[in-house]
Design a protein around this ligand. Sequence first.
Ligand code: FAS
Ligand code: PHB
Length: 389
Amino acid sequence: MRTQVAIIGGGPSGLLLSQLLHEKGIDTVVLERRTRDYVLGRIRAGILEAGFVNLMKEAGVAARMEAESFTHDGTIIAYGEEQFGINFKSLTDESVVVYGQTEVTRDLYDARDAAGGVVLHECSGVTPHDLDTDKPFVTFLHDGKVVRLDCDYVAGCDGFHGPSRQAIPLTVRREYEKTYPFGWLGILSETPPVNDELIYSSSDRGFALCSMRNDNLSRYYIQCSLSDSPDDWSDDMFWDELMRRIPSAAAESLVTGASIEKSIAPLRSFVTEPMRWGRLFLCGDAAHIVPPTGAKGLNTAASDVHYLYHALTAFYDGGDTEGIDRYSEKALSRIWKTERFSWWMTNLLHRFPEQTEFDLRIQRAEIEFLRSSEAAQRALAENYVGLPY
Ligand code: FAS
Ligand code: PHB
């Protein structure tokens, strides 16, 4: 087999890159470890920046998103019984879009199918080779056969646990990590959202987030212990705890129901440098992870895709290698800013086991300063709607 760009990973990063390159006549093959149903069964992000939406439009995959998504002009920050709104639209003239990652991934799979794209599922032992030569290739097992895929470039879109990052020698690779002493227990329920905007709530019992997918599909999260498992939490226990962490007015109007998905995600900040080694480019969660507090995971994968898509297009169109040579530097510059914002939002809103009374007073003062300062709200809004690519 041969292609121009071998893409390891059929999640949103890999699929969006494949579709964008296809639009420019650049051939790709996507190698995905899991079945399509498995990939589509993951419930993850829900908030898209305008930059992500524009990339989906550029990829010709935005029709259903534009028909079914919601635009949110702001969000609510709650602390105890207090709450205030942050109006993204008036502060930045930008908004965000509510549309689940599952739907993004489904739309991208459908577009690859419609274009006759090659997306191979249940590929095992995917291994990139000779990345530091001008003849890289990838080997993998598929349908019981060992396959060799020759290519010009390899895009490592294989998430945090994939093989691509490990292919960069430790003598070259630098990793930066911060883990948090808690996770997020999330549920999906076929109930109307408690509010028409998201509620980020900081309470003495811990963080809670009220989000949604549509007007009858809600997504809720509560900060939980890393030793918890979803089975420790019945639906009733979840709803009781959520209601104790949001303002009573919201709790009283909360419509509860059976969970159709329940999972726990650990929180981590992680960046690997560089994001390019020879003919390999890392993209998305393969290179960086953020705590989901700022809704930046999927959106930062999108800016990586933007830089890599333009770099490869410039190379194939006219041999220009400036984008390729500067990919890592440009992607990392934006990545570190989204890491900072996600870290800041997480520290602002969560309870940490080692917090002293002084720390708690400082945390409250930070929230009250945010409430009182247009400049502080504009800083949050600029980051939340998405920093420029
Ligand atoms: P992904 O991990 O989505 O995709 C990588 C793909 O590579 C997967 O399909 C995987 O099966 C495949 N792969 C892995 N190893 C492979 C191998 N050896 N061979 C072939 N394929 C391989 N972000 C938010 O903004 N908000 C959230 O609420 C949120 N919640 C999250 C919850 C969880 C549990 C996780 C893990 C992440 C969450 N994220 C959230 C972040 C998430 O949305 C990511 O940013 C997003 O999935 C990034 O997309 P990809 O880079 O494509 O990585
Ligand atoms: C979600 O709806 O899944 C979601 C929304 C905002 C976040 C994180 C997750 O910050």
